[in-house]
Design a protein around this ligand. Sequence first.
Ligand SMILES: Nc1ncnc2c1ncn2[C@@H]1O[C@H](COP(=O)(O)OP(=O)(O)O)[C@@H](O)[C@H]1O
Ligand SMILES: O=c1ccn([C@@H]2O[C@H](COP(=O)(O)O)[C@@H](O)[C@H]2O)c(=O)[nH]1
Length: 314
Amino acid sequence: MTGKPHKQPFVIGVAGGASSGKKTVGDMIIYQLHDQRVVLVNQDSFYHSLTSEELSKVHEYNFDHPDAFDTEKLLSSIEMLKHGKSVDIPKYDFKSYKSGVSRRVNPSDVIILEGILVFHDPRVRNMMNMKIFVDTDADVRLARRIRRDTSEKGREIGMVLDQYSKFVKPSFDNFILPTKKFADIIIPCGGDNHVAIDLIVQHIRTKLGQHDLCKTYPNLYVIHSTFQIRGMHTLIRDAQTTKHDFVFYSDRLIRLVVEHGLGHLPFTEKQVTTLTGSVYTGVDFCNSAVQAIKLLLKKGTSRSACGLQRVSKD
Ligand SMILES: Nc1ncnc2c1ncn2[C@@H]1O[C@H](COP(=O)(O)OP(=O)(O)O)[C@@H](O)[C@H]1O
Ligand SMILES: O=c1ccn([C@@H]2O[C@H](COP(=O)(O)O)[C@@H](O)[C@H]2O)c(=O)[nH]1
């Protein structure tokens, strides 16, 4: 075998009612994961093209029913991306109701699959590593839909309201809402929920940083790689780097490892009285933690011992 083994991408499903903010949430995740290869795939791309008969009675067509989508194509497309292959994803035109020219999507580290019914088919659901449901009140969704469909899709307000009461609302109650139970995370307020987005991004970063060794050793933690860390690794590997710089940057890297390790050690709450007489509640490392550091110091090389001593007085 040649080349690197293919690492499976992290697949995130984002479901919720129409105009709940699914795409906004997806875009916010992409924005925060700027240093990763992330691709957003929209379930809307997999709408079946309408036949001429369906077109003549478009007001009777239910775009919110699971059968409106080409789920087999969606499945095979995500499968290809999961296996590190590029895929042509169709483009659906909301004005002509037809699927047209495709866009080429390249394999990525993270795939975000967003759409009203992405949790409906168990085969699609099972491809996801994380499932998010965007929970936005029906009145907010309707208001956004009216604005979007009249301005962007050029539709009559009467038609938008008819479609809503005839298909959108019943399908939300019958098909979309029942998939909420499959979600790992439910986000109220969609894109306004910065706390939820931050937590999601943190989790994805942890998963992406996980080495295969983490599966064998569940208490192994991999420090998230930053540009600063990569820069220091570059310097200490460079044959041109001076001895002084090599020692300086190695020492900084060792300290980062030790400080990160200390964050995983057990601690107890401790209160101290400050010089001004007030009581400060902090934490104190448990005995076992101090013993672990002492053991490391005994076994460590002189350089790592030096790094350890700077972060632990004991
Ligand atoms: N938190 C928000 N506040 C105000 N408008 C929003 C918010 N989230 C989304 N929107 C707007 O609502 C519309 C639908 O949002 P979008 O993310 O495309 O929803 P979905 O993908 O669920 O259909 C868009 O016009 C978007 O700009
Ligand atoms: O031709 C079409 C195709 C779909 N719709 C509506 O779109 C929404 C789903 O898209 P979101 O981006 O998740 O909002 C769905 O409610 C369909 O009714 C349409 O109006 N016309």
